[in-house]
Ligand binder design. Structure first.
Ligand SMILES: Nc1nc2c(ncn2[C@@H]2O[C@H](COP(=O)(O)OP(=O)(O)OP(=O)(O)O)[C@@H](O)[C@H]2O)c(=O)[nH]1
Length: 379
């Protein structure tokens, strides 16, 4: 999870997309709040137009300019709060509102040409908001802010009678506002991604088994069987559960040692995770050498077919020992239980299926091991 030193974004696009999706509710809330505040402030500052211009067509123009900015910010804010926007849409809203608000600000500056010192100050404040409070990609924030700065500086030269020294000071101050804004935004990007990275590492450690990389029982209980879990993943109409246990595993430990036992456990887990790839399925290390697969959407025939494939592949598989000197072979026994789900089926159904699959797995052990036993549960 490497972070790009310039942009402060994750170098890997998939990780960046996952981060942005995780942050989306927070991004939408910040965007909505900031745009609503910006719109209101822009409107309140009409008081300064009144004080400066008093009346006439210029005042009317100023009013409509401010109204356009405030309405654009207001609509974008409403969309950010109310619609379930994706990341790209939030960036569009942020960019569009920045363009419109900066554009209206240029109009105000042009219509009140004798106050360029104040306009330059307002421009600095707006740049800070554009970099720090209107969430957007850093590259877009830099492009829009530098573009607005260049336009403002060019207008100052064109429309105001500015002393060259003042012009230089103003340009340098605005440049400074851009540099500090971009650096602060980059820093914020890095800090929030570092937090996400730590969160991901802790989450992984809390939910996964260290040796095999499969989910652990805590994950099973909290995410699939915990209180309030009324619906199983994917709201499937069918559910199969597969419980499997490596045969005579103690013998492997006793004969070759614990490290080789671990190698066999890892190889079995890799096989399960490679063959059970559905995003709704979950593979759990259920006990020492016992694994559970929760398979939403799968019926009994599908579960048995999958278990038979896993059984045959594992029986034919040779696992290199920890030092690579030996090839280890063993088998596994499987219990498969499936049911059609009634409306609102939840943890109780899953608990019943796991308990049935457990009994079936022990039945497979009693019937000679390296076998699959299966049962369809009534609703
Ligand atoms: N290497 C290793 N061994 C483990 C781990 N967790 C549990 N075990 C061992 O797994 C073995 C399980 O043995 P048993 O429950 O007797 O089962 P078995 O030998 O597989 O026999 P059957 O299940 O009846 O076929 C025990 O020796 C545990 O110490 C682990 O993480 N690594």
């Amino acid at each position: 999870m490497e972070i790009n030193a310039f942009t402060g974004e994750f170098a890997d696009r998939t990780t960046e997309a996952a981060f942005l999706a995780y942050k989306l509710p927070q991004t939408r809330a910040l965007l909505g709040f900031t745009l609503a505040s910006c719109g209101l402030f822009f409107l309140f500052f009409f008081a300064t137009d009144l004080a400066s211009v008093h009346s006439g067509p210029t005042l009317t123009l100023l009013f409509f300019g401010r109204l356009t900015a405030a309405l654009t910010a207001g609509v974008c804010s409403w969309l950010a709060y109310r619609r379930s926007l994706q990341v790209a849409a939030t960036r569009w809203l942020a960019s569009i509102s920045k363009v419109v608000v900066f554009g209206c600000f240029m109009l105000v500056s042009m219509l009140r040409p004798h106050e360029y010192h104040w306009h330059a100050m307002s421009m600095s404040v707006m740049l800070s908001a554009a970099y720090l409070y209107i969430p957007n990609r850093l590259a877009y924030a830099v492009a829009l802010s530098l573009g607005a700065t260049a336009l403002f500086t060019a207008m100052a030269r064109e429309f105001y009678e500015i002393h060259p020294a003042d012009s230089l000071t103003m340009s340098m101050l605005l440049l400074l506002a851009n540099v500090f804004g971009a650096l602060a935004a980059r820093r914020f990007n890095i800090v929030s991604r570092e937090e996400y990275r730590a969160h991901t590492v802790f989450k992984h450690a809390a939910e996964r088994d260290h040796l095999t990389g499969c989910h652990n029982r805590r994950y099973l209980h909290e995410h699939l069987m915990g209180p309030g879990r009324e619906a199983l993943p994917g709201r499937a109409h069918r559910l199969a559960v597969l419980l499997c246990d490596i045969d005579h595993f103690k013998q492997i430990n006793d004969t070759y040692g614990h490290a080789d036992g671990d190698a066999v456990l890892r190889a079995f887990a890799v096989l399960l995770r490679e063959r059970i790839r559905s995003p709704e399925a979950t593979v759990v290390r259920y006990g020492g050498e016992e694994f559970l697969a929760v398979l939403p959407g799968m019926d009994l025939d599908g579960g048995v077919r999958l278990a038979e494939q896993l059984r045959a592949t594992f029986a034919a598989m040779q696992t290199p020992s920890a030092d690579g000197a030996l090839m280890l072979r063993t088998t596994a026994s499987f219990g498969v239980a499936a049911t059609d789900l009634p409306q609102g089926a939840g943890p109780t159904t899953l608990r019943d299926l796991i308990s049935a699959a457990d009994k079936l797995m022990y039945q497979a052990k009693r019937n000679g091991r390296d076998r699959v036993e299966a049962l369809q549960l009534a609703r």
